[in-house]
Design a binder for this molecule. Structure first.
Ligand SMILES: [Zn+2]
Length: 385
């Protein structure tokens, strides 16, 4: 029989725990297996929010997570009255959002089972939002289950995490990701292998890469950059190229969504309505939405640059491997000859230095440094022999 847990690649160690909790939740007693607050942590792409959503489905499904019944399907698509999935595209989850959430999760579950709240980016809760949430998590005897997701446990407020059961997801193996792409997404074995390898176990990115030709060709341009760094002028050019590609990629995926959101909002206010109050209300709401969208766009560009830097790091990682004479586990095996010739033309210690320069640049970006300047500084560093 199929199960909502089937898609959790390489996470057998937590699937058992979740299934145990679902079984225990049916007995009605507050046993050790079933608790009211959980934190799912794991590296990007390990599927922490998929795990949380699968758990939510299993908790409300009459068959403990069959994946095909109405309950399972509506929970996954956001249509189930007892399952609430909070995702943010902005930089933070604000206290107003949590307060509004608390007003409706306080009711008893409509179907008599559990009310499940998944917070996908618990690391983005502002401090006051986290404190508001803490009060709700502390409340005993409710039928609400809280599932928080974050990259690491340190990203969650200590007072919250001490009240949660912690599940740590692993980065799935490249083989496991390859198999999922082939079986679940009907991707050809060669493409699946390539995408899984260069995405380093990040399932979402692997699928995105395997199914988007433009993303693949952009990646190819990025991966050629280290080979072009022959002068400072080339370094500045490379930085510009990287930022341009990352920005375009981020914009194409956000523009369509932005338009749809504005349209939906205008519809909600009654597009073309002439009442004066209506018009100002709509204008204000659209303005607020556009502010949110702007902050999301900024974040997406940063994420996109970060992804490009991660790709670049794999180049130098492969150079290091080649210099050490280990070439079996090369990530960019499609660039084998370029990497091998680069490896012989640079002294062996430089690849490690360049990898730490990339790491440093990523840190600066995460602290909101200006993207182009950060990339320029990085490319100059990467140009050094
Ligand atoms: Zn089901």
């Amino acid at each position: 029989m199929s199960s909502v847990f089937d898609d959790l690649v390489g996470q057998e160690h937590i699937i058992d725990i979740l299934k145990g909790a679902v079984a225990a939740s049916r007995t009605g007693s507050d046993s050790q297996e079933m608790t009211h607050a959980w934190v799912f942590t794991g590296p990007p792409g390990s599927g922490r929010s998929s795990a949380a959503v699968a758990f939510a489905q299993a908790l409300i499904c009459p068959n403990q997570g069959c994946g095909v019944c109405n309950e399972c399907q509506s929970a996954a698509t956001g249509g189930h009255p007892d399952v609430e999935v909070i995702r943010t595209d902005g930089l933070s989850i604000k206290v107003e959002e949590i307060r509004e959430l608390l007003t409706h999760v306080a009711w008893a579950p409509s179907m008599g089972g559990w009310r499940v709240v998944v917070i996908e980016d618990a690391d983005r809760l502002t401090e006051s939002a986290a404190n508001a949430l803490l009060k709700a998590i502390e409340e005993p005897g409710t039928r609400t289950v809280w599932l928080l997701c974050a990259p690491t446990l340190h990203d969650v407020l200590p007072t919250i995490r001490s009240r949660c059961r912690h599940l740590q997801l692993r980065t799935p193996s490249i083989d496991a990701v390859t198999q999922v792409l082939i079986k679940r997404d009907n991707i050809s074995p060669t493409m699946a292998d390539f995408a899984a390898r260069v995405s380093q176990g990040h399932i979402g990115r692997a699928k995105y890469l395997a199914t988007n030709e433009s993303v693949r060709s952009n990646r190819k341009v990025i991966m050629q950059l280290p080979l072009q760094l022959s002068s400072l002028a080339a370094a500045f050019q490379a930085a510009q190229t990287l930022v341009d590609i990352a920005t375009t990629e981020a914009h194409t995926s956000s523009e369509k969504r932005d338009e749809k959101e504005v349209e939906k909002l205008q519809e909600a206010y009654g597009k073309g309505a002439t009442g004066r109050g209506m018009a100002t209300g709509a204008a204000k709401a659209v303005k607020e939405l556009e502010k949110e969208q702007k902050s999301r766009a900024t974040r997406m560009v940063r994420d996109s640059i970060d992804g490009a830097l991660l790709d670049l790091a794999t180049f130098y990682r492969d150079v290091m491997m080649a210099q050490a004479g280990v070439t079996v586990s090369m990530i960019n095996s499609d660039m084998r000859s370029e990497i091998e010739s680069y490896a012989t033309s640079f002294p062996t210690h430089t690849a490690a230095q360049k990898m730490s320069a990339i790491l440093e640049a990523r840190k600066h970006l995460a602290m909101n440094s200006a993207p182009l300047v950060t990339c320029e500084a990085l490319m100059c560093e990467l140009t050094r022999k």
